[in-house]
Design a protein around this ligand. Structure first.
Ligand code: KG4
Ligand code: ZN
Length: 337
């Protein structure tokens, strides 16, 4: 089956073509409109999607060397995300499916991240443990099968990527914060400041990053301008270390308690080298396999939406053409419910 997949849940306009589960092309147009605002402006995002969707889809078809007549199914993200952004890709995909008379499938963006490692590891064995760490989500889940997930823990406040973005703002670094902090942290000493990792009551797999962000804010704002300049890289490195520790501690706990053999780390924060190194070190110690997608499949893209769609289409599933966008969709509400 030759599939066209579309992703417009936030600020990337993306399209991909897959044939029999194999990726033929993946195009991502990142919106530059938001840079000067230090974060995504929803109205600007939806307007940019409207302008970019046709050329992005056309480019994906060209790069895959197919035309619309070859497309046998169309998939698009229907949630979670920004309502105006979701509507652009979803409506476009439905219109295309209707006019071509091919099946349509709405994909849960989080399931896209969950299965993103399968783009490069198609035989990834299930069950696996997935750590999805992005700008909007921090989820530790057991993936028992396609459509069967058990959420072990989630963030109670900020997502890991959001913490990177907020701390970058405090340190006066450009958006998105993750890459800026990682770059600056290379020049800093991660042992310089001991930032706290939240100890939470209740579910041992839950995360919290707002206390850490506040600790950075208090620490940094007390410094003089000269100290800020001297210590900025140390603060970035120490903050990054605290996030990596918080994330890898929960993975270690789950691996020990749940007898896990395979671990996927996905989402924008999975691009972080320190996080990848920490999980790989755990893998050696506890004898499990780690699967982290290549950089371009960690951040938002349509290849992962296509991969998830392919798994569902294979099960004979599809979605009705009146499927509404779901800005607050959760992982356990499956795409084809
Ligand atoms: O998955 P994604 O593209 O979008 C969402 O679904 O949210 O993730 C974007 C997030 C941003 O918060 C960004 O700061 C973070 O991923 N990120 C990183 C790195 N690259 C991107 N965080 C830490 N280190 C990185 N190298
Ligand atoms: Zn995402």
């Amino acid at each position: 089956m030759t599939l066209l997949a579309i992703e417009t849940s936030c600020d990337e306009t993306a399209a991909a073509v897959l044939r029999d589960g194999q990726l033929l092309s993946s195009v991502v147009a990142s919106q530059q409109e938001h840079l000067k605002w230090g974060g995504v402006v929803p109205e600007l995002a939806s307007r940019a999607h409207i302008i970019k969707i046709v050329p992005v889809v056309q480019q994906a078809l060209n790069e895959a060397n197919v035309d619309l007549n070859d497309i046998e199914g169309v998939a698009a993200t229907y949630g979670p995300g920004l309502i105006g952004s979701l509507l652009v890709g979803l409506t476009f995909a439905k219109g295309l499916a209707m006019s071509r008379k091919v099946p349509f499938l709405g994909v849960n963006h989080l399931e896209g991240h969950l299965f993103s490692a399968m783009i490069e590891y198609p035989d990834l064995p299930m069950p696996f443990l997935a750590l999805v760490v992005s700008g909007g989500h921090t989820i530790l889940a057991l993936v028992q099968d396609i459509g069967r997930y058990h959420i072990l823990g989630e963030t109670r406040d900020d997502a890991a990527g959001e913490a990177f973005d907020k701390v970058a703002k405090i340190l006066d670094l450009p958006y998105p914060g993750g890459p800026s902090i990682e770059k600056l942290a290379r020049e800093g000493n991660p042992e310089a400041v001991k930032f706290p990792v939240a100890k939470l009551k209740g579910n041992p797999y839950d995360f919290s990053f707002s206390g850490l962000k506040t600790a950075v804010l208090y620490y940094y704002n007390k410094l003089s301008d000269a100290e800020k300049k001297r210590q900025r890289a140390d603060v970035a490195a120490s903050f990054q270390k605290a996030v990596v520790r918080a994330l890898s501690e929960k993975v270690a706990l789950a691996v020990k308690k749940k007898n896990i053999r395979h671990v996927v780390v996905a989402g924008g924060v999975a691009r972080n080298r320190r996080l990848a190194d920490a999980i790989s070190a755990l893998a050696e110690k506890h004898d499990f396999e780690v699967y982290i997608p290549s950089l371009q499949y960690c951040t938002d893209n349509a290849a992962m939406i296509g991969k998830a769609a392919d798994l569902f289409f294979r099960q004979g599933k599809s979605s009705p053409l009146n499927l509404p966008p779901r800005p607050n969709l959760t992982l356990t509400e499956s795409s084809t419910d």
